[in-house]
Design a protein around this ligand. Sequence first.
Ligand code: LLP
Length: 425
Amino acid sequence: MHIEQRQIYFDQVSAAAIAETYGTPTYVYEERRIRENFRRALAAFKKYYDDFRFFYAIKACNNLAIGHILRQEGAGIDAASVNEILLARELGLGGEEVMFSGNFLSDQDLRQGLESKVIFNLDDISLLPRLLEFGKPEVLSFRVNPGYGRSNVGEFVTNAGPRAKFGVHPDQVMPAYAMAKEAGIKRFGAHMMPGSCITDPDYFALITELLMDLIGRAGQELDIQFEFIDLGGGLGIPYQPGEEGLDIEAAAARIAEVFRKKVEEYRLSPPRLMMEPARYFVGDAGFLVGRIHAVKNSYTEILGTDIGMNTLARPAMYDAYHHIYVDGREGEPRRKIGVCGQICENTDYWARDRMLPESSAVGDLVVVDNAGAYGQVMSYQYNGRLRPAEVLVNGDRHTLIRERETFADLIRGVHVPAHLRKNTR
Ligand code: LLP
């Protein structure tokens, strides 16, 4: 995204053209930015450890068009559910190009996961005997809770440590792999996902060390080798203006340094190194375009827009900051103004006291920054509001990649029993 003579552009397409063609609210993604993000990250990791691969955590933005971009770039898929395995299949990816990292899987999930021959990544030791009832996976990984996690989205997205619901407890790592070996499983991997949106390279070095110590000891004691070690996602992006981003080179260098040291220390035969980021690839390549429908002067000044907790849940859910631009007004004098959506909840007053252009007026377009990850996928239909459209931009081309929902979507699958249609009780 860039601003030229106060007009906002996504690549070479103006926000005005997007709004005119597709209406608002609409998610817009820049294809070039996604590819740049992926290539920058891959080059950094490959530079320090050649046997490296990214799996894209498709939960962050599950539009197949976006999935295809990352597949073309060489990513596998990290799937959180059987439906995400099916999304991967739509992309032509299956088997060991898909990592199944579901949480509290049902028997049906376990069965379907086995049938699709994806890499199983079990979140708890108790899942292994249940999985073995249905069959033996070719490759098995455990999601390890290394005892520590962190996040720039506060406590909300800290996925390891004592307060997290995820992963195998450090004391159970050895017994988990012992049980798997005992069951005749021959190929192993290991995984963790201790936190999301971290911009400190030292954090990645620390978690790598924690995981490698647990895995290294298990490998030595049980005499098993690990084909891959997956460090999860978590590569952060800056959301606040002026905030420092992640130095991806430094993160890759620190990770590879610790990784090599531990591989040597525990005499592992060098495993493939994997990560499964999402936010780093798509977060800053996606934007939400909305419109101001009212300017309210009450206790405070409020812009009433069609962007709210239903279209972008992060601010209401995590108190997350998303920068807001007003098309045609950037560069004009600013004052403190609030921004709300159309939902009948006060959590929908999602930006308070923002320094926004004081000339902002009804009809203006607002653009929310960094909306590409955990944006559209977390939108919902509350208050009878419909999920937004999604558009992909490349150069001066723009393509609809998901239709805006219609009223038919609101009542799809709903059945009213015949007796309720009568006018009597
Ligand atoms: N792998 C696993 C197993 C995950 O659960 C996640 C994200 C990722 C990879 C990708 O993480 P990333 O690279 O994007 O940090 N809704 C929250 C984020 C939740 C993260 C869930 N797991 C947000 O909007 O900040």
